[in-house]
Each structure stands twice: as C-alpha cells, then as structure tokens.
Write a protein that binds this ligand. Structure first.
Ligand code: ADP
Ligand code: MG
Length: 350
C-alpha cells in the first residue's frame, strides 16, 4: 500500500464545477494552430481544409446521478443520452455526423437492458442520420455508466459560439421552459410514494407532457433547419441544459455584455404551471433554474425580428446591453433583479 501521511487532500466540494475544470486544465499548452475553440463552449472546434471545421463534444451519464433505472425506461435513456449530445452540436448551429458510445455495466444489469439502451440510441441516430462509429465496453462494480462522444464536420462560417452576441441583439429562446424539471419532480415524488406502498399504482396521465420532456427530450434540430432555410445565423447560441439563468450568464460572460430578460415573455407549459402549484415552488424557479429542457437560447441582430417571429416556437425574451454585468430580469412589477447562475454542482459548491 502506498501511504503518505503528508499528502494534501483538498475536498472537491471546495470548488464549483467550473473552478475544477479550470484548475485541472490551466497548465495545458496548445500544440496545434488549427484549434479554434477548446474548453468553454458547447463543442470544441478544430479547423480543417476547405473552410470546414470538426466539432466534438462528450458527455458522461452515471446511474444514480444522471438517471434512475427504477423510473427511466432504458429505451428512453438511450435516446436521451444520444439527444443531449446532439444538442451540443446543434447549439453550434450544426448537425451531428457520428457518435462513439462507451458503456460500463455490472452484474446488476441484464443483456436486455443494455440492448434497449442501444435501441434508444439507434432511434435517435435514425432521426438525425447519425452514424455509430465505435466505442468501448467495460465493467463496473455496481452503477451503469454511459459515455457518448459526438462529432460533426461542418462549414466554418456557419458555426455560432457563445461569445458572439452584440449590443442590442435580441435574445431568443425556443419552446417552453421548466418542463423537464417539472417531470423530474413528479417522477421523484411517485418513486417515494411507490417505495412507501408498492401496491399504489401512480396516476401519471395529467403529467404526460412534462414526463416526456424529462424522459425523452428532443434536441432542436428543427430550429437549426429553420434558421438555415431562412439564411439566419445567430450571433451567439447555447443549448439550455442547466437552466436559462445559467445559460444567459454563459452568453453574457463569453460575449462580455449585459442582458435584460422580460419575465412576462418567459413561456412555460400548463402542466409545468400545475406542478409548480402542486409542489408550491415558484414557477420562475422552474423556468430559470429547471435543467434538461435542451431548448436553444440565441441572440440575433434586431433587424431579423420579423423573420425569427415567423417561427411560432421562437420567442423574443429580451436584448443584450452594452455594459458587461450580470443579466437582469425585468419583473412584472417593473423592477429589475439580477439573474444569478445556479448550476447543478457535483460536489456541493454552487
Ligand atoms: P455542456 O453543459 O455544454 O455539456 P459542460 O458544462 O459539460 O458543457 O462543459 C463546459 C466546458 O468544459 C466544455 O468545453 C467541456 O468540454 C469542458 N470540460 C468539462 N469537463 C472537463 C474535464 N474534466 N476536462 C477538460 N475539459 C472539460
Ligand atoms: Mg451545451
């Protein structure tokens, strides 16, 4: 046994996730001049010949942390694992080409379970015509681990970063917000009811929409198609994986601007509103801080106002301001409050 009594042990919960990534990677050099963007956006971007770039992104899903097999059907889990990766490519205004899939499982997992996960991944790949090109297989003591890496070769001049927003650009968001988090609340609640009394069958009919949003999210490639078809290129974009509050902070910091968002423009589904009332959690919490919606948040110059408004699934919710500052929420009572970031943090600190 290696034992060094003087070895330093700093607990991980002393750091936010952002600080951890920064601390562990800050001394790396860059050796290739074709690296356009490394750490810090939805994808890494490497320049290729003929005005093309290679986009790459990776995600890790751990049983008990990111998913719960007691209520997550494995086919949906596979679909979601693939879609959340596609979403990071889509957030760069591109389409995914290929994925690698790595799984590590234990004797607690059956052949059929993993087969169903792969079926879900396949359904997602067929939806966007993505190739499965490899992966890795290993074992764990207990929890299931799925890691997917997605890549795309795309036109360099169409790529949209978090950092490109300009003063007075419109801030746009797709779809409705907070539904995936509402779905998670219902699933967790029903799990507790079931654990206390396994004879009670949950009645989930009233929550079908929010449950689907949690279990089977769909990356917004339809929006990228719409933008492409109308020759619209956002100035900045990000997918909403950690809640609107976090994502607008990312755009604001990367673009070194402020932002104003109108509370009365934020849209949530009726079922999300019902869950908010049921659990007595403010609806704004769902909208600003609910994660996993995988909608798109983007900015666009104001002259494209009419063109983006043609798509009923795109809502203009605010505008970028000149001074770099915390994004502000313009509330219904006409007062402003800062939109604080708050992400899910793996080891405690927010
Ligand atoms: P997203 O939410 O869009 O998937 P993340 O918040 O996971 O992005 O990651 C933010 C950035 O940090 C990305 O550029 C990602 O590649 C990078 N990153 C995350 N974890 C690590 C790590 N352990 N080592 C190096 N880079 C990382
Ligand atoms: Mg992302």
């Amino acid at each position: 046994m290696i034992e060094d009594k003087n070895i330093k042990f700093t607990p991980l919960n002393n750091f936010s996730e952002f600080e951890l990534i920064h601390e562990w990677t800050k001394n790396f050099k860059t050796y290739h001049s074709n690296l356009v963007k490394g750490i810090g956006d939805d994808c890494a971007v490497q320049e290729l010949a003929d005005n093309k770039v290679l986009l790459t992104s990776t995600d890790l899903l751990i049983e008990g942390v990111h998913f719960d097999l007691s209520y997550c059907p494995p086919v949906h889990l596979g679909y979601k694992a693939a879609m959340v990766n596609f979403s990071d490519i889509i957030a760069m205004n591109a389409f995914p080409n290929s994925i690698t899939v790595s799984v590590a499982c234990s004797n607690f997992h059956s052949f059929e379970l993993i087969e169903q996960i792969y079926l879900g991944i396949q359904i997602a790949c067929d939806e966007l015509q993505v190739d499965l090109i490899g992966g890795d297989t290993s074992s764990t003591r207990k929890e299931l681990v799925i890691s997917i890496t997605v890549s795309s070769i795309y036109e360099k001049n169409k790529i949209v970063y978090r950092s490109g927003a300009k003063h007075a650009d419109l801030i746009c968001v797709t779809g409705d917000l907070g539904a995936a988090f509402a779905g998670l609340q219902i699933l967790e609640r029903e799990k507790q009811v079931f654990l206390q009394n396994p004879n009670i069958q949950p009645d989930l009919n009233d929550y079908d929409y929010v449950l689907e949003r949690q279990l089977r999210p769909r990356a917004r490639y339809d929006i990228i198609r719409f933008l492409n078809d109308n020759s619209l290129i956002p100035t900045s974009m990000i997918d909403i994986s950690d809640g609107l509050a976090n994502e607008i902070n990312h755009i604001s910091r990367a673009s070194k601007l402020g932002a104003v968002i109108y509370q009365n423009k934020l849209y949530s589904d009726y079922q999300t509103q019902k869950v908010s009332e049921l659990l007595n959690i403010p609806l704004t919490t769902f909208i600003l801080y609910g994660g996993e919606d995988y909608e798109l948040l983007f900015t666009i110059p104001s002259q494209y106002h009419t063109q983006v408004s043609k798509n009923k699934d795109i809502k203009i919710i605010g505008y970028m301001t000149e001074q770099f500052s915390e994004p502000m929420l313009f509330q219904e009572d006409e007062s402003y409050v800062p939109i604080k970031p708050f992400a899910y943090h793996h080891f405690g600190k927010s």
